[in-house]
Ligand binder design. Structure first.
Ligand code: MN
Length: 503
């Protein structure tokens, strides 16, 4: 498991005050406990929600939010105002609070009991105005948060809280995370670079450089039995092409690929890294560009970015954490080549090698082919088509004065024909609203050619994530219109010039 879910908790805090007497507060407490139980039993929220009781005074609010900050298990707070909780009481706590915040705007009671409703009922069920008082203060303090409105038993509300809980887990995973940039950057490439110091300030993870010899040293120290065992695992997991089978002319390359995977794993485990980048220009003594190694490491939850792309490696790692327990997969991706059809156009996503098999539609085949660049030995890779269905492509770019996230909603479709000579994993995509508008908007926004491609996550995840990170989000979806998109780019320039921490 990527993250030990038992060690992560969400805190549920219910706001109130002492105006209504002890009997009302007792009921408020009971209702909160029942709501927490309802969410925990919904199967939608990925970690346990802890009922942290009532906050009825400035001192209680401040202590609870300060404790939430300092508890390493707490990944975020859900706040709900069952009754009216004067929001000046929340200022001290909220100004100190640093973790993700979700404002649940619900009411314990669902339908109005028309025959029996009286002032006692009105005094108890008043989140309609209590939550507005709280919301005013959070907005006035310019604190980004998710607001979820609706009855707590409804599946939609539970799902939204479920999304937020996964995103909070991904955000928590970034805090203190380490990413290894092996061999620095592909020479002269711009978009894979960026301000690593600012990334650490804003996102909480660090990126540092390593040499390919750090991996090669691990390869040299490998026990041959482990290599043998991994080759057997390749044989049982994938369809091997004949030259890679026992006695085949490229059999030794399969062993070398296994050695590279084991060496990389040992390097990542020893260094406590959650992801890495490599680049085909700086492989040193590595005999192959890591292909099957990177593909399988991604499948195990490591972040990966090719050609030194540390932002995509980090975003992929967070996405893998958000993806925990969901059916479909997430991969590193590149917009590779287009199909301009008479009726409709498509984007073929792929990479030189490194596409994660969690998005495969079938058992991958394990193949070896020349790479054509880099001057190394032919690398072993997994080849497959991506599964059909809705997906998103997400990129994180450094605009010089801020980070920007861009999401494009796409539909993965079956390739229009077989691809007998294409020796890499690929997924044919129908971007929304169509290829032309999608790519015009993407390019105007300065989006990278590398993305995190996910069939498990939706735009809502990335929206929550961008808010937790306090960064700009641009969405390209079925409603995107280029003129409006340009206006959005212009207005965001002004907004982020005024409010970005990095000026
Ligand atoms: Mn690339």
């Amino acid at each position: 498991m990527l993250v030990n879910l038992d060690t992560k908790k969400i805190w549920f805090i219910t706001g109130s005050q002492h105006l209504y007497g002890e009997e009302t507060l007792k009921q408020v407490k009971e209702h909160s406990a029942e709501i927490v139980k309802g969410f925990n039993n919904s199967g939608k929220v990925v970690v346990e929600i802890l009922d942290k009781g009532l906050a009825t005074t400035t001192a209680e609010v401040t202590k609870l939010l300060s404790d939430a900050n300092n508890d390493p298990q707490c990944i975020g707070v859900v706040a709900w105002m069952h009754t009216f909780s004067p929001a000046k009481m929340w200022i001290n706590g909220l100004t100190q609070y640093k973790k993700p915040l979700c404002h649940l705007h619900t009411q314990f009671n669902a339908e109005i009991p028309w025959d029996s409703i009286d002032m006692d009922f009105m005094n108890l069920n008043q989140s309609a105005h209590g939550d507005r008082e709280f919301g005013h203060m959070v907005t006035r303090l310019r604190i980004k948060r998710k607001v979820i409105a609706g009855h707590w038993k409804s599946e939609k509300v539970q799902e939204k809280l479920g999304v937020w809980s996964r995103v909070a887990l991904g955000w928590d995973d970034w805090q203190g995370a380490k990413f290894a940039r092996i061999g620095d950057n592909m020479r002269e490439v711009a978009v894979t670079e960026g301000d690593k110091v600012e990334a650490q300030v804003r996102f909480g993870f660090s990126v540092n450089g390593y040499d390919s010899s750090d991996v090669v040293n691990e390869i040299k120290a490998l026990e041959p039995t482990k290599v043998e065992a991994l080759v057997k695992e390749y044989e049982s997991s994938y369809n091997l092409m004949p030259s890679l089978l026992e006695g085949g002319e490229k059999r030794e390359s399969l062993y070398e690929a296994a050695r590279i995977e084991l060496g990389l794993r040992a390097f990542l485990e020893k260094g406590g890294f959650k992801g890495y980048t490599d680049t085909f220009e700086n492989l040193g003594e590595l005999r192959q560009l890591p292909g099957i190694a990177s593909q399988r490491l991604m499948a195990d939850g490591y972040g990966f970015g090719a050609e030194g792309d540390w932002k995509t490696a980090a975003l992929l790692r967070a996405s893998k954490v958000m993806n925990i327990g969901l059916e479909k997969g997430t991969s590193f991706m590149e917009d590779y080549t287009y199909h301009f059809g008479a009726e409709k156009s498509y984007n073929l996503g792929s990479h030189m090698l490194e596409i994660c098999p969690t998005i495969a539609d079938d058992k991958p085949s394990c193949e070896i082919h020349p790479l054509g660049i880099g001057g190394k030995e032919d690398p072993v890779r997994l080849v497959f088509n991506g599964a059909k269905g809705p997906a998103i492509n997400t990129t994180l770019v450094d605009m010089g004065n801020r980070f920007r996230m861009i999401v494009n909603e796409v539909e993965a479709v079956e390739p229009l024909a077989d691809l007998p000579k294409l020796p890499v994993a690929r997924v044919l995509q129908d971007p929304k609203p169509n290829l032309e508008i999608s790519t015009e908007a993407w390019i105007l926004a300065g989006g990278a050619h590398h993305t995190v491609y996910s069939q498990a996550l939706t735009t809502e995840y990335m929206e929550d994530f961008a808010e937790m990170a306090g960064i700009e989000l641009l969405v390209i979806d079925a409603d995107t219109n280029i003129r409006e998109f340009k206006d959005k780019l212009n207005s965001n320039e002004v907004y982020y010039h005024l409010f970005s921490n990095k000026l």
